[in-house]
Ligand binder design. Sequence first.
Ligand code: G3P
Ligand code: CA
Length: 307
Amino acid sequence: MYVVRPAAAAAAAFLGLTLTVLGAAAATASTAPGPAAPATGARGAGVLGPVVYAHRGASAYAPENTLEAVDRAMWLGFEWVENDVQRTRDGELVVIHDDTLTRTTDVEQVFPDRKPWRVKDFTAEEISRLDAGAWFGDGRYAGARVPTLREYMERVGHNRQKLLLEIKKPELYPGIERQTLDLLEDMGWLDARHVEGRLVVQSFSADSVRIVHGLRPDLVTAFLGTPTVAELPRYAEFTDRINPWHTTISADWVAAVHGLLGAHGKAMEVDTWIVDDAATARKVQAMGVDGIITNAPDVVRGAVGGY
Ligand code: G3P
Ligand code: CA
């Protein structure tokens, strides 16, 4: 079902301060049964620029997916951070991007006989001993750790930030969707305040997104990828957003996504990744994206505004 894109109209302050909705124009539906509200979440692409997400934290400036990267995003003035969630051998959820520990930790030195050093083959206690910061930059982050998801949520909550949570490689971790939601619930992240504007769950796995939507239909979800325009209506049944790699999109494709009502009956949205330079940020802004996921959020904000 296609609708006319509503005018975005939200203004935001960040980090727990006031978020003021200025207004929103109702959309006129061509084939939809009635007007469409703005898409889910605190969006303001038409007023303040796109929402800017600090990818793996402010990962251009601090080691990715660490608490230090979360803090760095906060200090730069960004409320939204993105992360990647996987699971250890003994069932602890941890925040790390790769399914092996080699690129971002000193695991090969600490556990030389544990090749291929997969996250799922190590206990949480073993992973807690690894250095996840020494590899980065000039070494000033040596001693940073791979956080558990619980530690991560505590920090994001303490910082009054918001989370774009990615369930990474769910095919390796049966049941990770329910386990993640259980932890979020336990930590108070599934109450109305969080669900309405502080949390989005995404995955490259459509099955995983569908499972999350089935378990918690109130949650905002996103599918990572670029379905064809013809495929989009199937995704709209279980998700609110389509989050594509920036090289794969066009203004027409973004408009096609915006023209659909998502799982919550609101116009679907597009948050694109990974945009780290000003020219590309301006290009995707001109295509009409709602959000930009970036390792260098300050660069994107400098180019296109956003918050
Ligand atoms: O949030 C989008 C982005 O994280 C997807 O790619 O590989 O960095 O998880 P990746
Ligand atoms: Ca990710």
